[in-house]
Design a protein. Structure first.
Lengths: 397, 397
């Protein structure tokens, strides 16, 4: 009676494994600035709660496997406004962006197949790859050029006969990088040339700070047949706990396969879809106000990080993350130490160690990811704490 | 650019694939008695909606991957009352019973491994087996003995070196059979003897009509280390759309593996867990009233089925399903015909064809599953329609 190989292969979440130490620090009375997880402090819009109060039917029944029609219509309208012509019939509502990624992997890859991913990457891609018994093949990006793409040849050199797809995530978690139109075009070109799918994770679409909408993979009509877009309400509307996402594709075979996978799990949560319908009615003012707030936080946190001697980081162009190279050699230990040993005036800061965002062994060990999901003042204080902590950590021995 | 083998292997839901015909029949003005899907008409208790109205926090944030503490506590108390001593730390909240089954498969089986299942079985087991690339090995039960277990040797003859687990589902979907204490004991004994896990799907626990609580696999302490219990609020509280289930196990390795799988998908829906806490406060009166209602329906539907010449069925002991052998040779076609061709006074009935509940090719082709999820009067009328339909169908040619 053994565990499966997958059960052994799947690592504890590098973001969540610090939880026990966090609890202890809290019990000891420390205040912790949590920059370790992409959980925004911004309130979920009231429209969501209002729908839950007023619109639920007396029997909370199974909905359609592809999601309730009003919500698929709302998501379709949202896409159309952005110039991305997904019809409701091309949109599959999923249990978070998480399930959308998993279903995409299931639909396009066999056990043992390969999917190219740029590292550092959203750690849960690895979890879903384990679910689906698929191998993620990393293409390493560099802090020094702001985690932008390497030359196409370098990406193409990773393609084997087992390669089925490239994952594009822009604006990026964990780097905050927004790929330029040219970069997304390069990925589209590689996918077409080598007959690959592109899984395009666009959940941070509204979080870009140069005033332009980030380029969607759907800007390239020549890859509409091989593009699978992943989306979610979690970050856009600060509704992470709702677990409502979607997968959209113009490839009818992929759509039908994903629908069949979806039928096995019956449906996404009904009530939270009804709440989500109302979120998509909020419009541009809402997005603008949230974007402005995050931009302010980014500017504050970046300015403070520049004050830490020996730190390497790049002004993030989007999302609400920044990868930071520290002048220490074991960020895993440092992240623990912040909770167990460090405090200043009863306060400390929680960060996500970088290694968990890399597939290549040894990469990211001197990096951390910060999520600027607290108000600007708190971000400032947290980064100042980080500065003190780095100095104190280096002076330890 | 091909679809994966799994995308090809996963069949459309046999229950949901009649949907387009249903829509057409509806558009044509037919009233349809839906006995094809286990979607109860009973109202979700008000306590659930009240929690959603009153208790949600301003930020609908990620919860713990294993579920929120108040809900795990509530589920633990529920189990303890039943004499099943699961602590909150042994309970993992999942996105429906669906995810609990999938995580169980992932944790205990490698791609290509085998899991023994009694057929007819809950069709979605097959979907999750495809997700996990695991083979379900069917042990066929017979309508003639009420879908009870065959001799142990027959079950044991299916065990190979690739067998990792046996699925026990009692009260059963789709047969309505409740395994006796002896039968569950036989399965426990086989599991222990052959070093297998038992995945015990007990979501219909309260739906048993002989006045006794069905025997849980946890009644057998000798298999506590190898038992994985699947549970859900969907049927118990008529909250199918909430997508809240749980997996419980006293095997710490399995629990930790499932927790790691759960971390990849972050968490189950937060709001609906808060609603579910209140459901577990309802107590025995609630269960008794629901049970009485279903027993009334069962009695009505069974009495009417007995009036159909050539029908073979067995009084179901639990759940709210019955497998019915009809005097026709293609229940798939019959189920379609009910929607496309048949009506009486503008009404027809929708049933689930039996073949989809079997892994063995050719089995169940003359069977249907009925879910008695409508009020007794409607069940009666629906079954009378079925009688007319069978007669008319047989007289067609």
């Amino acid at each position: 009676m053994e565990l499966s190989k997958r059960a052994v292969a799947i690592p504890p979440s590098p973001i969540r494994k610090l939880l026990p130490l966090e609890l202890k620090a809290r019990e000891a009375g420390k205040h912790i600035y949590k920059l370790n997880i992409g959980q925004p402090d911004i309130e979920t819009p009231q429209a969501f709660f209002q729908a839950l109060r007023e619109e639920l039917p007396p029997v909370l029944a199974y909905g359609p496997s592809q999601g309730i029609a009003p919500f698929r219509n709302a998501v379709s309208e949202y896409y159309q406004k952005l110039g991305i012509p997904f019809s409701p019939e091309e949109i599959m509502i999923t249990t978070g962006g998480s399930e959308a990624i998993f279903f995409a992997f299931l639909a396009i890859a066999n056990p043992g197949d390969e999917i190219i991913v740029f590292e550092p990457y959203y750690t849960n891609y690895f979890g879903f790859a384990v679910y689906a018994d698929v191998n993620l093949v990393p293409c390493t990006l560099k802090a020094e050029n702001g985690f932008h793409l390497p030359p196409a040849e370098q990406i193409e050199s990773l393609i084997t006969e087992k390669t089925k797809a490239i994952i594009c995530c822009s604006p990026n978690n964990p780097t905050g990088t927004v790929f330029t139109r040219e970069e997304v075009g390069v990925l589209a070109g590689i996918a077409k040339k080598h007959d690959l799918y592109v899984v395009s994770d666009e959940v941070y679409r509204e979080f870009a700070y140069d005033g332009e909408m980030p380029t969607s993979i759907m800007a390239f009509e020549e890859v509409w047949d091989r593009a699978i877009v992943i989306d979610s309400i979690s970050k856009r509307f600060s509704a992470c706990g709702a677990r409502i996402g979607n997968l959209a594709t113009k490839n009818p075979q992929v759509y039908q396969a994903v629908l069949r996978f979806g039928q096995a799990r019956l449906c996404p949560a009904t009530a939270e879809q009804m709440g989500a319908v109302s979120l998509y009615k909020l419009g541009d003012d809402y997005y603008a106000s949230v974007r402005d707030e995050y931009m302010k936080r980014r500017d504050v946190i970046f300015r403070e990080l520049e004050n830490i001697p020996g730190v390497v980081c790049h002004m993030p162009e989007g999302a609400f993350y920044i990868m930071v190279k520290l002048p220490i050699d074991n960020a895993d230990h440092f992240a623990e130490w912040l909770l167990t040993d460090f405090s200043h005036e009863g306060e400390t800061v929680m960060v996500a160690p970088g290694a968990g965002f890399y597939a290549t062994k040894g990469m990211g060990e001197d990096e951390i990811r910060l999520a600027y999901v607290l108000e600007a003042d708190q971000c400032k204080r947290a980064t100042q704490l980080l500065k003190m902590a780095v100095e104190q950590y280096l002076a330890r021995s």
